[in-house]
Structures are given as C-alpha cells and as structure tokens.
Design a protein around this ligand. Structure first.
Ligand SMILES: [Cu+2]
Length: 250
C-alpha cells in the first residue's frame, strides 16, 4: 500500500485531518441560542431564561457524555503490551448514578418548564387593557375597549397597533374562519386563534419600540400578507392616542 508521503499532493489535500468538529458543537449551539430575539415583554424574558437553561443543560450533558466517551476510548484502547481490560456484567453504584442523574435533570427541567408555563399562561389583573384580536382570511382586526378598531387588508400596509408599555395587556384571540396564529418574534410567545374557541394571551410590554408580527399558521392563499406591527409607547402617549379619534394607523 502507498504511504501518505508517497501520495501525490492532490490526493493528500483531499484527505485532510478531520477538523475538531466536536469542539465546534458548543460554539454552534451558543450561536444558535443567540438567534432568539431579545424579549421585550416580562413573559418573554421568562421564556428566554427557560431557553437558556435548557441550552446550558444540553451543553453540560454533551460535555460530560462526550468527555467520558473520549476518555474511555483513549484510556482503554487496545495495547499490544497490556492484557485486555477487566470485563464487568453489572456495576450497581454506577448504574444508580447514570439512572438518577438524568432522571433528576428531567424532573428539574419539567418543574421549571411548568413554572414558566404557568406564569406565561396566567391571567393578568382586572386592570389589564383588553384588546380583542381577530385573525381572519387574510387580515388582522384589533379592537380597543372603547370600540375603536384597527384593521388591515391583504396586500396593503399592515395595521399599526398602538399599545402602552408597563401595563398588562389581555389579548382575546378569535377567528371566524380557520386557524391563524398571533405571533410577534420579540414576545417569544405564539398563540393560535381558533374558530369557536376564545383563546387568550396576556403580556406586559416593557420596552418602547415597533415590533412586527405575522400570522404563524398557514391559513390559505394570502397567509403571507397577514402582517401587523405593534407600536409600544409610554402610558401617557397611549392615553393621548386613545383620546384621539381615529387612532394613528387606524
Ligand atoms: Cu396565516
């Protein structure tokens, strides 16, 4: 057989040493975790914290498992000058460890997930601003407590909904036709509008800005046009907007 030094350079270049792919995995995972948009609601921050916790747990588990596998391969590789390593059928203490650690990890992740889910799904106090949100083919209609509506039309400028920061908002979600999904990436929460069911999501926006939303459930021909934007303003500016008729953007 031809040794590597005897190979033509072109062949040597086609067989490079394998890169440290395993070392890149945690880096890629961290970069992907950074893809989640920065949350702008109190509830979104809890969701982001949950994402980060899961990512951290996954990195630790990967490092431990890959590290033990690598150590076992190197430490117990076959050597000509050694007898084969001892073989065991069972090892009760070790089995208890590798059964209990993943079980405790799963229970812990389940517990904090249930806590975050409960907090995100909680109804806000009676002082919340009630906003009705109707998703229909293919537009969104937002109705304020005073009856003012902000509505969009397909293939036209999306509706611009003005909302206050620092005040709980109760979104009542409905649909007259098919399932749509109310989704603003910076909120980190998505909720369906389902015909015949009054769904809801309660949020407190804590940063002023304009946040683009989009229907996230394929609902037919012009699904892609079901966009909207939420303009979060100070409470004083919101009250001033609400007292004007019609609202900006309506
Ligand atoms: Cu849709």
């Amino acid at each position: 057989m031809m040794s590597k030094d005897e190979m033509p350079p072109s062949i040597q270049r086609r067989n490079p040493r394998p890169p440290g792919v395993l070392a890149l995995v945690p880096v890629i995972a961290l970069l992907l975790a950074g893809c989640a948009p920065a949350p702008v609601t109190a509830e979104g921050r809890e969701v982001k914290s949950l994402y980060d916790t899961f990512m951290l747990a996954a990195i630790v588990v990967f490092a431990v498992v890959a590290g033990l596998i690598t150590w076992s391969i190197v430490r117990y590789r076959a050597r000509d000058d050694e007898r084969p390593p001892a073989r065991f059928a069972t090892n009760v203490p070790l089995e208890i460890v590798w059964w209990s650690l993943p079980t405790l990890l799963v229970i812990g992740l389940f517990t904090i997930s249930a806590q975050v889910l409960g907090a995100v799904d909680a109804r806000t106090p009676a002082s919340a601003l009630d906003v009705e949100v109707q998703g229909s083919q293919w537009q969104w209609t937002f109705t304020y407590p005073n009856g003012v509506r902000v509505s969009g039309l397909p293939q036209q400028a999306p509706p611009d909904v003005v909302l206050p920061v620092g005040r709980p908002i109760h979104f009542e979600l409905t649909s007259p036709d098919v399932i749509h999904s109310f989704y603003v990436p910076q909120f980190l929460i998505k909720r369906d509008t389902v015909p015949g069911i009054a769904n809801h999501v309660d949020l407190t926006i804590d940063r002023e800005g304009v946040y683009t939303g989009q229907c996230a459930e394929f609902c037919g021909l012009l699904h892609g046009d079901m966009r909207f934007s939420i303009r979060a303003v100070s409470a004083a500016e919101f009250d001033a907007c609400l007292s004007r008729q019609p609202l900006p953007g309506s």
